[in-house]
Structures are given as C-alpha cells and as structure tokens.
Design a binder for this molecule. Structure first.
Ligand code: SF4
Ligand code: SF4
Length: 284
C-alpha cells in the first residue's frame, strides 16, 4: 500500500510511476519487500529495483538480519522507522538518513501499529521527491476509497505528523552484516513427490527441523500476554497460531508461548473467544 500510494503521489505531480510488491513464502507478520519507480518519462523497466536511490525501512529490527542498504547508491537516502537518531543507527554504510518513530505516530493517530502512511510523510521530508501535499492527497484517495473518508484523513494526518518529526543525519557505517547465502536445490536434489531430507548447507539447516534456526522474535512489534484467570483453555490460540509457538504443558493443563518463534502477528489474540490475550509492545 505504501509503495502504491507513493507512486500515486508522484503521478499527481505529473510523473510516471510504477509500484509492485515482492512476497516470500512466509505468512502474516513476515517481512515483505515492495518497489516504486518514479520518472519524468515513461518507465519500461519491469525488474525489481537492485540499485535504489532510496530505501525505506518500516521495521528497524530487520537491520540485524537483512542488509537493507544492499545496492543503495552512495548519494542515496534511507528513511527508517526508528526511535534512534541517524547517528546511532548502524546501517553498515554512512548515508543520508531520516529517522522517525512511525510506530508511535501510528499508535497515537491510527490506534494501530500500521506505519506505512506515517513513513510516507517522512519520505517526503527526507527526499523531497514528492511533496507532503501530494502524499496526503494520494493517501486520502487510496485509503479513502478502500476504507472510508475518515480513515483516509487519519492516515494523511499520520503522514503529516511523521513529516514534522523526522530527524535527519548520517547513519553509521561500522557493522559488516553477514547475510545468509541463499540456497536453492538443483533439480536432482528435489525428491519426486517427497520433501527435502534434513541436512546442512552453506545457507544453514534445511528440511525438517530447519525452523529451529529461524527465530522470528525480532519481527515482533507486539507480543501476546495471556491472562490465566480469564483463559478457559479452549485451545483456539494453540490451534490458530501459524508458528506453532504456543505449547501445551499437558501435565499442568496450561499453555506457554515460546517467544523465540512468535512473530507478534496477533492471530491468537484475535481468535481468543474470551479476550484473554493482550498484545503488548515488544520493543520500547
Ligand atoms: S503466539 Fe500469537 S502472536 Fe505469536 S505467532 Fe502465534 S498467533 Fe502470532
Ligand atoms: S484462545 Fe483464549 S481462552 Fe482459549 S486457550 Fe487461548 S488464551 Fe485461553
């Protein structure tokens, strides 16, 4: 939605623009990637963007696992949702950076940690590629059409508020992130009608049990906290959790959540029929 809304704002200003997402195989709560191209002339390139002028990061917990500045031009920009000032953010590259606590802006104005409109306000301030007025208009059109006029206006206000709160500076270029190599099996390695066997590759574990390496707690903005008094042990949360991270302690007739594998999607809280699960901020 943010990538498309940015494209719409650019078009409002007489440019050409395209936007498209790239999703992995993960489910709700998993990191996603989206691209926007803006030009004063027609755009014929249909590929992903490999050498961006600007990178927008909606969740700074990704910095530990993903090289977000990969391919970024040295004279480019980073816009990041973070409570830290740019000088305290280590991107592995010294680059012009605008930081804003978009999560707090979204919680204040939208009452939900949906940061995609707030971050667009920060984008307008840091890059100047589109004006905040065009961002607001694009948000009102796109969100207003889908979710109603009031929600469109609130999202535009989130963008305007973030625009006013951005802190600009230069990020640090200290860390050298070791990004995991991708591993794709050759066709000879794929068993016909079966699953890959357990094994170790240069990219880490594969096959059954490989999830153990994939701790997703860093993705979570919120984490579930269960009220034992209210809980009726109906087990709906256990059934619906997409990560299988709610564990039954059979001898005690109780449940526990392994937060290492909880991505904070909130499905358990949505499904609990007695409202016994509250989602609380995981990072402050
Ligand atoms: S425990 Fe709840 S919030 Fe965590 S992954 Fe499972 S359903 Fe999502
Ligand atoms: S869904 Fe709610 S009531 Fe049911 S086991 Fe989970 S926390 Fe308890």
């Amino acid at each position: 939605m943010a990538a498309q809304t940015l494209a719409e704002a650019a078009v409002i200003e007489g440019n050409y623009s395209v936007a498209f997402p790239f999703f992995g195989a993960e489910r709700r709560g998993a990191p996603v990637l989206a691209f926007t191209r803006i030009d004063s002339g027609k755009i014929y390139s249909k590929t992903q963007v490999y050498y961006p002028d600007c990178v927008v990061v909606l969740d700074d917990s990704l910095l530990d696992t993903i090289d977000v500045v990969s391919g970024l031009k040295p004279e480019g920009f980073v816009v990041i949702n973070s409570k830290d000032v740019p000088e305290d953010i280590d991107l592995g590259m010294e680059v012009q950076t605008g930081a804003v606590d978009a999560t707090s802006v979204a919680l204040e104005i939208l009452k939900a940690p949906i940061t995609n409109t707030a971050i667009l306000g920060a984008f307008a301030k840091v890059t100047g590629i589109v004006s905040i007025g065009s961002i607001e208009e694009a948000i009102k059109r796109r969100f207003g059409e889908k979710l109603g006029e009031k929600i469109g206006e609130r999202n535009a206000l989130a963008a305007r508020t973030a625009y006013g709160r951005v802190v600009s500076g230069k990020s640090m270029g200290v860390k050298r992130l070791e990004v995991k190599k991708q591993w794709l099996p050759r066709y000879q390695e794929i068993p016909v009608g079966g699953a890959l066997v357990k094994g170790k590759t240069s990219a880490g574990l594969i096959g059954p049990g490989s999830f153990i390496e994939n701790k997703v707690s860093g993705w979570a903005t919120f984490r579930p906290v269960r009220d034992r008094e209210k809980c009726t042990m109906c087990l709906l949360c256990w059934l619906y959790c997409p990560e299988g991270t709610i564990i039954r302690i059979s001898d005690k007739g109780d449940l526990m959540t392994n937060y290492d594998y909880c991505k904070g999607c909130g499905i358990c809280a949505n499904e609990c029929p007695v409202d016994a699960i509250k989602m609380v901020r995981a990072r402050v």
